[in-house]
Design a protein around this ligand. Structure first.
Ligand SMILES: NC(=O)c1ccc[n+]([C@@H]2O[C@H](COP(=O)([O-])OP(=O)(O)OC[C@H]3O[C@@H](n4cnc5c(N)ncnc54)[C@H](O)[C@@H]3O)[C@@H](O)[C@H]2O)c1
Length: 251
């Protein structure tokens, strides 16, 4: 028996990296997956890959910066597949900035895309999750707990994701809805490969970013997503689970 047979999962950030790996994993385990990403081509490619492997997927254009788009994404999952069991919020952005470069517009962009979108999607999904006794897996980061120079906006957004997820876990525990946060360390994805570092930064201040031995693979994180989203994790809620190769414990 596949763990997600008969279940519906919504996955954001499904065009790339850990969102894509999570969507592939959930679909391989039987979930019908609704995929959302700003990168429409990549999102459709993930849907095609799932269907080529015999799974069920539907790709929807989605902009996390837009409240209406967040609401429409949840509605699309319900319209397409008749309900919602699992929500995985993986869409996000990351960059490094000197404080003096970090305008309010840039700061607010991080908060809107990385945090407000997660809040909106969870709020809109909650009535549906209450019906199915479903659950939420939100992507925060090692940077939800370990703060890094030049990442003021990113760290604020990810600490916020951890906070709101735990609040929701408390509020909806009695309804049978679980909510957990995944906090990856350095994972080998396009986000990390293409990350922007500003001129003139002090590398010594970034020492806590060094992974132990190697970076993680998106599939290793997807395995954790699938476990947390499954009934095997039925007594785990309100947790932030670090998947960082031991990096946090070394700090
Ligand atoms: N890679 C890491 O080392 C790492 C570490 C900790 C946390 N994270 C978090 O994990 C999540 C997944 O990251 P990843 O490394 O797989 O990155 P990624 O860049 O490979 O994937 C992120 C996806 O989000 C999408 N996205 C970005 N802005 C969007 C928007 N406005 N609307 C809709 N989609 C949008 C992108 O198109 C992309 O497909 C992110 O939330 C990230 O912050 C990553």
């Amino acid at each position: 028996m596949k763990r997600f047979e008969g279940k519906v999962a919504l996955v954001t950030g499904a065009a790339s990296g850990m969102g894509k790996a999570s969507a592939l994993r959930l679909a391989a385990e039987g979930a019908k997956v609704l995929l959302g990403d700003l990168n429409a081509e990549g999102n459709q490619a993930t849907a095609n890959e799932i269907e080529a492997a015999g799974g069920v997927a539907h790709a929807v254009a989605f902009n996390a910066a837009d409240e209406a788009s967040c609401k429409a994404l949840v509605q699309a999952a319900v319209d397409q597949f008749g309900g919602l069991d699992v929500v995985v919020n993986a869409a996000g952005i990351a960059s490094f900035y000197h404080l003096h470069e970090l305008t309010n517009d840039i700061f607010n962009k991080f908060i809107t895309i990385n945090l407000t979108s997660v809040f909106t999607i969870c709020r809109e999904a909650m009535p549906h999750l209450k019906k199915t006794k479903g659950n939420i897996v939100n992507f925060a980061s090692l940077n939800a707990k370990v703060m890094t120079a030049y990442q003021t906006a990113y760290c604020a957004s990810k600490a916020g994701v951890a906070a709101i997820t735990k609040c929701m876990a408390q509020e909806f525990e009695a309804d049978g809805v679980r909510a957990n946060v995944i906090c990856p360390g350095g994972i080998e994805t396009p986000m990390v490969k293409n990350i922007r570092f500003p001129e003139g930064l002090n590398r010594r201040l970034l020492a806590n970013l060094q992974p132990l031995g190697r970076k993680g693979e998106p599939e290793e994180v997807a395995a954790l997503v699938a476990f947390l989203a499954s009934s095997e994790a039925s007594y785990i809620s309100g947790e932030d689970i670090f998947i960082d190769g031991g990096a946090r414990s070394a700090l």
